[in-house]
Design a binder for this molecule. Sequence first.
Ligand SMILES: *[C@@H]1O[C@H](CO)[C@@H](O)[C@H](O)[C@H]1NC(C)=O
Ligand SMILES: *[C@@H]1O[C@H](CO)[C@@H](O)[C@H](O)[C@H]1NC(C)=O
Length: 259
Amino acid sequence: MCKDSGDFQVPLLENIRSNEPSIHQPSHSRREPFFRISLFFFIHLIYFTLLSYIAVLGTLYIRQPLCTSVSVPLSSATSEHAKLLQMPLEFEERSAWLPLQAPWDQEPSPTLDQAWADLMFGLNVRVTADEVESLGFNTTDRLRVNGGDYFGVVGVYHQIHCLNSIRMMLYWDYYKIRFANSTDSELFTLGHTAHCIDTLRQWLMCHGGVEIHLANWVDTPAERELDGATSTTCLKWDSLAAWTRPRTLVPGTYTYRQP
Ligand SMILES: *[C@@H]1O[C@H](CO)[C@@H](O)[C@H](O)[C@H]1NC(C)=O
Ligand SMILES: *[C@@H]1O[C@H](CO)[C@@H](O)[C@H](O)[C@H]1NC(C)=O
Protein backbone atom coordinates (compact mmCIF):
# COMPACT_ATOMS: atom_id res chain seq x y z
CA MET A 1 0.00 0.00 0.00
CA CYS A 2 1.46 3.35 -1.03
CA LYS A 3 1.12 6.54 0.95
CA ASP A 4 0.95 9.97 -0.65
CA SER A 5 4.61 10.57 0.00
CA GLY A 6 5.60 7.56 -2.02
CA ASP A 7 6.49 5.57 1.10
CA PHE A 8 5.64 1.88 1.06
CA GLN A 9 4.53 -0.10 4.07
CA VAL A 10 3.96 -3.41 2.37
CA PRO A 11 6.26 -6.07 3.79
CA LEU A 12 9.06 -7.02 1.46
CA LEU A 13 7.95 -10.63 1.81
CA GLU A 14 4.39 -11.21 2.85
CA ASN A 15 3.79 -13.36 5.90
CA ILE A 16 0.66 -15.27 6.65
CA ARG A 17 -2.07 -13.22 8.31
CA SER A 18 -2.47 -14.70 11.72
CA ASN A 19 -4.68 -12.22 13.54
CA GLU A 20 -7.81 -12.50 11.48
CA PRO A 21 -10.57 -14.55 13.04
CA SER A 22 -11.41 -17.77 11.37
CA ILE A 23 -14.08 -17.07 8.79
CA HIS A 24 -14.01 -20.32 6.95
CA GLN A 25 -14.03 -23.91 8.07
CA PRO A 26 -11.34 -26.07 6.55
CA SER A 27 -12.74 -27.65 3.45
CA HIS A 28 -12.66 -31.39 3.53
CA SER A 29 -10.31 -32.71 1.00
CA ARG A 30 -11.59 -35.00 -1.67
CA ARG A 31 -8.17 -36.57 -1.96
CA GLU A 32 -7.54 -40.15 -0.95
CA PRO A 33 -6.11 -40.49 2.56
CA PHE A 34 -2.95 -42.05 1.20
CA PHE A 35 -2.32 -39.01 -0.95
CA ARG A 36 -2.92 -36.69 2.00
CA ILE A 37 -0.52 -38.64 4.16
CA SER A 38 2.05 -38.58 1.37
CA LEU A 39 1.53 -34.84 0.99
CA PHE A 40 2.05 -34.17 4.67
CA PHE A 41 5.05 -36.43 4.66
CA PHE A 42 6.47 -34.60 1.65
CA ILE A 43 5.96 -31.13 3.15
CA HIS A 44 7.33 -32.32 6.47
CA LEU A 45 10.34 -33.89 4.80
CA ILE A 46 11.19 -30.71 2.93
CA TYR A 47 10.62 -28.65 6.04
CA PHE A 48 12.97 -30.66 8.22
CA THR A 49 15.48 -30.97 5.44
CA LEU A 50 15.57 -27.19 5.25
CA LEU A 51 16.02 -26.84 8.98
CA SER A 52 18.58 -29.60 9.12
CA TYR A 53 20.89 -28.28 6.47
CA ILE A 54 20.84 -24.69 7.59
CA ALA A 55 23.33 -26.15 10.03
CA VAL A 56 25.88 -25.50 7.32
CA LEU A 57 25.39 -21.80 8.04
CA GLY A 58 27.54 -21.55 11.06
CA THR A 59 29.12 -24.77 12.13
CA LEU A 60 32.28 -22.77 12.62
CA TYR A 61 30.70 -20.65 15.33
CA ILE A 62 29.57 -23.23 17.76
CA ARG A 63 30.57 -21.90 21.15
CA GLN A 64 29.72 -25.00 23.13
CA PRO A 65 30.55 -28.58 22.29
CA LEU A 66 26.98 -29.29 21.20
CA CYS A 67 27.89 -31.46 18.30
CA THR A 68 30.76 -33.20 16.68
CA SER A 69 32.52 -31.00 14.18
CA VAL A 70 31.62 -31.47 10.57
CA SER A 71 33.53 -30.39 7.55
CA VAL A 72 32.21 -27.12 6.11
CA PRO A 73 33.77 -25.11 3.27
CA LEU A 74 35.64 -22.31 5.03
CA SER A 75 34.81 -19.92 2.23
CA SER A 76 31.07 -20.38 2.73
CA ALA A 77 29.45 -16.97 2.34
CA THR A 78 26.72 -17.91 4.75
CA SER A 79 29.23 -18.79 7.46
CA GLU A 80 30.95 -15.46 6.89
CA HIS A 81 27.68 -13.60 7.19
CA ALA A 82 26.75 -15.45 10.37
CA LYS A 83 30.11 -14.53 11.88
CA LEU A 84 30.09 -10.89 10.80
CA LEU A 85 26.53 -10.40 11.99
CA GLN A 86 27.28 -12.15 15.30
CA MET A 87 24.41 -14.58 15.02
CA PRO A 88 24.37 -16.63 18.25
CA LEU A 89 23.85 -19.86 16.32
CA GLU A 90 23.77 -23.13 18.20
CA PHE A 91 23.58 -26.64 16.79
CA GLU A 92 22.59 -30.05 18.01
CA GLU A 93 22.74 -33.63 16.87
CA ARG A 94 19.28 -35.03 16.31
CA SER A 95 17.12 -37.07 13.99
CA ALA A 96 16.99 -35.73 10.45
CA TRP A 97 13.22 -35.60 10.82
CA LEU A 98 10.71 -36.49 13.47
CA PRO A 99 7.24 -37.96 13.07
CA LEU A 100 4.50 -35.39 12.42
CA GLN A 101 3.58 -33.59 15.61
CA ALA A 102 1.05 -30.98 16.60
CA PRO A 103 0.36 -28.41 15.32
CA TRP A 104 2.04 -29.37 12.03
CA ASP A 105 -0.06 -32.50 11.68
CA GLN A 106 -3.35 -30.68 11.16
CA GLU A 107 -5.17 -29.33 8.16
CA PRO A 108 -5.28 -25.54 7.78
CA SER A 109 -6.73 -23.91 10.88
CA PRO A 110 -6.14 -20.76 12.93
CA THR A 111 -3.84 -22.81 15.18
CA LEU A 112 -1.74 -23.99 12.25
CA ASP A 113 -1.67 -20.48 10.76
CA GLN A 114 -0.45 -19.13 14.10
CA ALA A 115 2.32 -21.73 14.20
CA TRP A 116 3.52 -20.67 10.74
CA ALA A 117 3.20 -16.99 11.67
CA ASP A 118 5.31 -17.54 14.81
CA LEU A 119 7.90 -19.46 12.83
CA MET A 120 8.07 -16.71 10.21
CA PHE A 121 7.99 -13.74 12.57
CA GLY A 122 11.53 -12.67 11.70
CA LEU A 123 11.02 -12.88 7.92
CA ASN A 124 11.79 -9.21 7.15
CA VAL A 125 14.59 -7.78 9.27
CA ARG A 126 16.67 -4.62 9.63
CA VAL A 127 20.32 -4.78 8.69
CA THR A 128 22.28 -1.67 9.63
CA ALA A 129 24.32 0.31 7.12
CA ASP A 130 27.51 -0.64 9.00
CA GLU A 131 26.61 -4.32 8.78
CA VAL A 132 25.80 -4.11 5.08
CA GLU A 133 29.15 -2.42 4.52
CA SER A 134 30.98 -5.08 6.52
CA LEU A 135 29.34 -7.77 4.38
CA GLY A 136 30.76 -6.11 1.27
CA PHE A 137 27.49 -5.60 -0.58
CA ASN A 138 27.11 -3.26 -3.53
CA THR A 139 24.48 -0.88 -2.10
CA THR A 140 23.24 0.61 -5.37
CA ASP A 141 19.43 0.45 -5.57
CA ARG A 142 19.08 -1.46 -2.30
CA LEU A 143 15.86 -0.96 -0.34
CA ARG A 144 16.26 0.96 2.92
CA VAL A 145 13.62 1.61 5.54
CA ASN A 146 13.05 4.93 7.29
CA GLY A 147 15.98 5.59 9.59
CA GLY A 148 18.48 4.21 7.10
CA ASP A 149 18.63 0.48 7.84
CA TYR A 150 18.43 -1.96 4.97
CA PHE A 151 15.70 -4.47 4.33
CA GLY A 152 17.14 -7.94 4.81
CA VAL A 153 15.93 -11.54 4.77
CA VAL A 154 17.88 -14.47 6.24
CA GLY A 155 18.11 -17.21 3.61
CA VAL A 156 16.27 -19.92 5.50
CA TYR A 157 13.38 -17.55 6.16
CA HIS A 158 13.00 -17.03 2.43
CA GLN A 159 13.03 -20.78 1.91
CA ILE A 160 10.39 -21.36 4.56
CA HIS A 161 8.37 -18.48 3.13
CA CYS A 162 8.53 -20.31 -0.22
CA LEU A 163 7.56 -23.62 1.35
CA ASN A 164 4.65 -21.94 3.08
CA SER A 165 3.49 -20.34 -0.18
CA ILE A 166 3.44 -23.76 -1.84
CA ARG A 167 1.59 -25.18 1.15
CA MET A 168 -1.06 -22.47 0.96
CA MET A 169 -1.47 -23.06 -2.76
CA LEU A 170 -2.18 -26.73 -1.97
CA TYR A 171 -4.94 -25.64 0.41
CA TRP A 172 -6.17 -22.82 -1.75
CA ASP A 173 -9.84 -23.53 -0.97
CA TYR A 174 -9.04 -22.45 2.56
CA TYR A 175 -6.58 -19.62 1.90
CA LYS A 176 -8.11 -17.85 -1.09
CA ILE A 177 -10.68 -16.19 1.16
CA ARG A 178 -8.08 -15.08 3.67
CA PHE A 179 -5.92 -13.56 0.96
CA ALA A 180 -8.81 -12.10 -1.03
CA ASN A 181 -7.69 -8.54 -0.25
CA SER A 182 -3.98 -9.21 -0.14
CA THR A 183 -1.81 -6.32 -1.23
CA ASP A 184 0.62 -8.82 -2.64
CA SER A 185 -1.34 -10.42 -5.45
CA GLU A 186 1.87 -11.80 -6.95
CA LEU A 187 2.42 -14.16 -4.02
CA PHE A 188 -0.01 -16.84 -5.15
CA THR A 189 0.59 -16.77 -8.86
CA LEU A 190 1.95 -19.77 -10.71
CA GLY A 191 4.99 -17.61 -11.49
CA HIS A 192 5.82 -17.08 -7.83
CA THR A 193 5.16 -20.73 -7.04
CA ALA A 194 7.46 -21.84 -9.84
CA HIS A 195 10.12 -19.46 -8.45
CA CYS A 196 9.65 -21.00 -5.01
CA ILE A 197 9.86 -24.59 -6.20
CA ASP A 198 12.98 -23.87 -8.21
CA THR A 199 14.56 -21.85 -5.40
CA LEU A 200 14.04 -24.80 -3.06
CA ARG A 201 15.35 -27.25 -5.63
CA GLN A 202 18.53 -25.24 -6.11
CA TRP A 203 19.03 -24.66 -2.40
CA LEU A 204 18.49 -28.32 -1.51
CA MET A 205 20.96 -29.38 -4.21
CA CYS A 206 23.40 -26.76 -2.89
CA HIS A 207 23.21 -27.77 0.78
CA GLY A 208 21.81 -31.26 0.36
CA GLY A 209 22.13 -33.70 3.22
CA VAL A 210 24.07 -36.85 2.51
CA GLU A 211 23.16 -38.86 5.60
CA ILE A 212 21.79 -42.32 4.91
CA HIS A 213 18.25 -43.34 5.77
CA LEU A 214 17.08 -46.93 5.92
CA ALA A 215 13.57 -48.16 5.33
CA ASN A 216 11.55 -50.10 7.87
CA TRP A 217 8.78 -52.55 7.23
CA VAL A 218 5.69 -51.63 9.23
CA ASP A 219 3.06 -54.35 9.67
CA THR A 220 0.00 -52.24 10.39
CA PRO A 221 -0.76 -50.88 7.91
CA ALA A 222 1.55 -53.05 5.86
CA GLU A 223 3.91 -50.65 4.17
CA ARG A 224 7.48 -49.57 3.90
CA GLU A 225 8.52 -46.42 5.68
CA LEU A 226 11.68 -44.37 5.39
CA ASP A 227 13.29 -43.89 8.80
CA GLY A 228 14.09 -40.27 9.60
CA ALA A 229 15.98 -41.10 12.77
CA THR A 230 19.47 -40.91 11.26
CA SER A 231 21.39 -38.40 13.34
CA THR A 232 22.45 -35.16 11.71
CA THR A 233 23.70 -31.73 12.77
CA CYS A 234 20.81 -29.33 13.07
CA LEU A 235 20.49 -25.66 13.73
CA LYS A 236 18.68 -24.84 16.93
CA TRP A 237 16.02 -22.64 15.43
CA ASP A 238 15.61 -20.48 18.53
CA SER A 239 19.26 -19.47 18.36
CA LEU A 240 18.67 -17.95 14.91
CA ALA A 241 15.31 -16.49 15.96
CA ALA A 242 17.12 -14.77 18.86
CA TRP A 243 19.02 -12.78 16.21
CA THR A 244 16.08 -12.06 13.88
CA ARG A 245 13.39 -11.35 16.49
CA PRO A 246 14.63 -7.95 17.75
CA ARG A 247 15.37 -6.82 14.18
CA THR A 248 12.01 -7.78 12.76
CA LEU A 249 10.31 -5.22 10.54
CA VAL A 250 6.82 -5.48 11.99
CA PRO A 251 4.24 -4.35 9.40
CA GLY A 252 2.97 -0.85 10.15
CA THR A 253 6.05 0.25 12.08
CA TYR A 254 8.27 1.26 9.17
CA THR A 255 8.18 2.66 5.65
CA TYR A 256 10.44 2.48 2.64
CA ARG A 257 10.51 4.14 -0.74
CA GLN A 258 11.84 3.60 -4.21
CA PRO A 259 15.62 4.09 -4.06
C1 LIG B 1 26.88 -1.83 -8.24
O1 LIG B 1 25.62 -2.20 -8.80
C2 LIG B 1 25.21 -1.33 -9.86
C3 LIG B 1 23.79 -1.74 -10.26
O2 LIG B 1 23.69 -3.12 -10.44
C4 LIG B 1 26.22 -1.43 -11.01
O3 LIG B 1 25.84 -0.56 -12.05
C5 LIG B 1 27.59 -1.03 -10.49
O4 LIG B 1 28.57 -1.20 -11.50
C6 LIG B 1 27.96 -1.87 -9.26
N1 LIG B 1 29.22 -1.35 -8.70
C7 LIG B 1 30.26 -2.11 -8.46
C8 LIG B 1 31.43 -1.45 -7.83
O5 LIG B 1 30.28 -3.30 -8.72
C1 LIG C 1 -12.07 -7.88 1.64
O1 LIG C 1 -12.66 -6.64 1.33
C2 LIG C 1 -14.08 -6.68 1.26
C3 LIG C 1 -14.56 -5.31 0.79
O2 LIG C 1 -13.92 -4.28 1.48
C4 LIG C 1 -14.63 -7.06 2.65
O3 LIG C 1 -16.04 -7.14 2.61
C5 LIG C 1 -14.05 -8.41 3.05
O4 LIG C 1 -14.46 -8.72 4.37
C6 LIG C 1 -12.53 -8.40 2.99
N1 LIG C 1 -12.03 -9.74 3.23
C7 LIG C 1 -11.02 -9.99 4.07
C8 LIG C 1 -10.61 -11.43 4.18
O5 LIG C 1 -10.44 -9.13 4.68
